[in-house]
Design a protein around this ligand. Structure first.
Ligand code: ADP
Ligand code: ZN
Length: 233
């Protein structure tokens, strides 16, 4: 038996998961928790792009243009990044939590091909009303080094603007401006919301209420995943 515990929950290695949800729905936070719980890598395309931007690579310079505008990075670029990551042994053997991918039906189709002959276990749709995500996004602050999340005024770092986890700078994301948020939510409705019915048709979708305490949301998600994993065996 694995001895590691997340809160009161024993870990259950192995799962192939996708977390969907609009910007600010808490995807990132829940995805990190799920990756610890199932002992699988957290694959977050947004984090990958932000790391590339910080590194100042040629790829980062290209990515920055899309991210700052709140636009989607072209499918072929994102698909290449994800495909590369999912072929590493940790992901190909034990699974993964995908966060921020797929975001278009084209990306979902590509993912199906990348995973074949395997399939996803569950696609979680973290459901939060738009009014609630707008408030969350406006108050969101992130560590520019490790990506840890903070929010004003209730969850600030202990030392102002310094990350509790790594000592990095805590800032407002460049794409958490009102204009970019509006653009990202509009793209979500147009490009990503159709994935909800796409996955429902494939019987992979589980919609979970994403409002309330973080631990309660995690409990709801884990219960749902475990129920589906039990039914699948
Ligand atoms: P959010 O969900 O709050 O927009 P993310 O960190 O998931 O934050 O993504 C930040 C940005 O990275 C997106 O606005 C987009 O420019 C780019 N990006 C991330 N994932 C994808 C993807 N799957 N397809 C296209 N662009 C992506
Ligand atoms: Zn940090």
């Amino acid at each position: 038996m694995p001895s590691d515990l997340i809160g009161a929950r024993p870990v259950h290695p192995g799962a192939r998961l996708v977390v969907l949800g609009k910007q600010g729905a808490g995807k990132g936070t829940q995805a990190v928790r799920l990756s610890r719980h199932y002992v699988v890598p957290h694959v977050a395309t947004g984090d990958t792009f932000r790391a590339a931007i910080r590194s100042g690579s040629e790829f980062g310079v290209i990515a920055k243009r899309y991210l700052d505008a709140g636009d989607l990075v072209p499918d072929e670029v994102v698909i290449g990044v994800v495909k590369e990551r999912l072929t590493h042994p940790d992901a190909s053997h034990r699974g993964f939590v995908l966060d921020g991918f797929p975001r278009t039906v084209g990306q979902a189709e590509a993912l199906e091909k990348i995973l074949a002959p395997f399939s996803l276990d569950v696609v979680l749709n973290l459901d939060v009303p738009t009014e609630a995500v707008l408030t969350r996004l406006a108050s969101r602050r992130v560590c520019s080094s490790c990506g840890a999340n903070y929010s004003v005024p209730d969850k600030l770092p202990k030392v102002p603007r310094i990350c509790d986890v790594c000592g990095g700078d805590v800032v407002q994301r460049d794409d958490d401006t009102e204009a970019a948020i509006e653009r990202r939510l509009e793209l979500y409705e147009r490009e990503t919301a159709p994935l909800v019915s796409w996955y429902a048709q494939r019987k992979l979708l589980a919609t979970v209420n994403g409002t309330g305490e973080l631990d309660d949301v995690t409990d709801r998600i884990v219960d749902e995943i475990d129920r589906r994993k039990r039914e699948a065996v």
